[in-house]
Design a protein around this ligand. Structure first.
Ligand code: SF4
Length: 351
């Protein structure tokens, strides 16, 4: 697998690359200068399972805020820099654990050299990001449009610039909002690049569409063994990004842990509020550290059979339902007690 052979990179106290577990990232959408709001959001993201957080650093005030924010959080912080190399340096001086730059918009070689020199002194990794929306004009012309080959050439150029400055503590990202293009670019890049890849479908969209797009893109790319850290990017609460990223890793069998809920699509046989029940169960199980599968089925006809694959399940009836374990009916329960009975079972799972 590609990800087993990428370079190991330390981001604060976390490690990616070289076959280490894939880490989940998100980005704050508060003003970084607003320390209180940013810390509050990072705490919510940490609680949801965020491994690494990125904050934009567009001003010196934001760079200084990085130092304050870092004191109050326990996950590594990545400073996202565009255009102004001084912000990259200020962010590192204020304790950023990694910086994300696009060398293409940082300016002259001297400025890139100043950023790399500061990173080298502190051994801070640099994420070199290439985005299909900002692919260089020459590469768009050379490849007759925005293509996977153009994106990869751009990424390799940028890697080369940093390597020529004597630094190889890097993570690389190559993003597009076009799923097939993004997949093709990762296929090509993974063969050429020894650095860990940060994978995401950029500007994926709203919580609904963006989740589907991200699941498709990340699903295909990760399943090929490519990708060392991921971000699902959604126009929504960043906590949704973490939930989705966890689901993607879990459903691909990459990350274990957490309860997986399977539920039936409902049909003419359904006599209970199965959709409401499934949603309640999904919310309820978030807090359990169990690695099991829970089935929520609409009826007793197919329910037990369909729930066989699950460790525990409930199947609706008419005013009542069944508690099922490994496909065996354990007991009948009144409909309004189904959730409570399931909760009791989960509370006592390892007792
Ligand atoms: S489990 Fe029952 S209610 Fe749900 S889809 Fe199957 S047959 Fe219909």
């Amino acid at each position: 697998m590609y990800r087993d052979n990428t370079k190991v990179v330390h981001i604060g106290d976390r490690v990616i690359g070289g076959g280490n577990p894939i880490l989940i990232q998100s980005m704050t959408n508060t003003r970084t200068e607003d320390v209180k709001a940013t810390v509050e959001q990072i705490h919510r993201l940490e609680a949801a399972g965020c491994d690494i957080i990125r904050c934009t650093v567009p001003t010196l005030e934001a760079a200084k805020a990085v130092a304050e924010i870092k004191k109050q959080i326990s996950i590594p912080l990545v400073a996202d820099i565009h255009f102004d190399y001084k912000m990259a340096i200020a962010a590192m001086e204020n304790g950023a654990d990694k910086i994300r730059i696009n060398p293409g918009n940082i300016g002259s070689k001297d400025r890139i050299a100043a950023v790399v020199s500061c990173a080298k002194e502190r051994n801070i990794p640099i994420r070199v990001g290439v985005n299909s929306g900002s692919l260089e004009k020459e590469l768009v012309e050379k490849y007759h449009g925005v293509t996977a080959k153009g994106l990869v050439e751009s990424a390799l150029d940028k890697i080369g610039i940093i390597e020529d400055l004597g630094y190889d503590n890097m993570v690389v990202s190559i993003k597009s909002s076009n799923v097939p293009l993004c997949v093709e670019a990762h296929d090509l890049l993974a063969k050429e690049c020894k650095y860990p890849l940060h994978v995401g479908i950029t500007e994926a969209g709203t919580v609904y569409g963006g989740n589907i797009k991200s699941a498709m893109g990340l699903g295909i790319i990760l399943n090929k063994g490519i990708g060392d850290t991921i971000r699902v990017s959604l126009s929504g609460d960043p906590v949704e990004e973490i939930k989705s990223a966890k689901y993607i890793l879990r459903f691909l069998g990459i990350r274990k842990g957490g309860i997986e809920v399977v539920s039936c699509p409902t049909c003419g046989r359904t006599r209970i509020d199965l959709i409401g029940l499934a949603n309640q169960v999904e919310t309820m199980v978030q807090s359990y550290p169990l690695d099991i599968k829970v089935a929520v089925m609409g009826c007793a006809v197919n329910g037990p059979g369909e729930a066989k694959e699950a460790d525990i399940g409930i199947a609706g009836g008419d005013g009542e339902g069944l508690l099922i374990k490994k496909g065996e009916i354990i007991k009948k329960v009144k409909e309004d007690q189904l959730l409570t009975v399931l909760k009791e079972e989960l509370d006592n799972w390892n007792k």
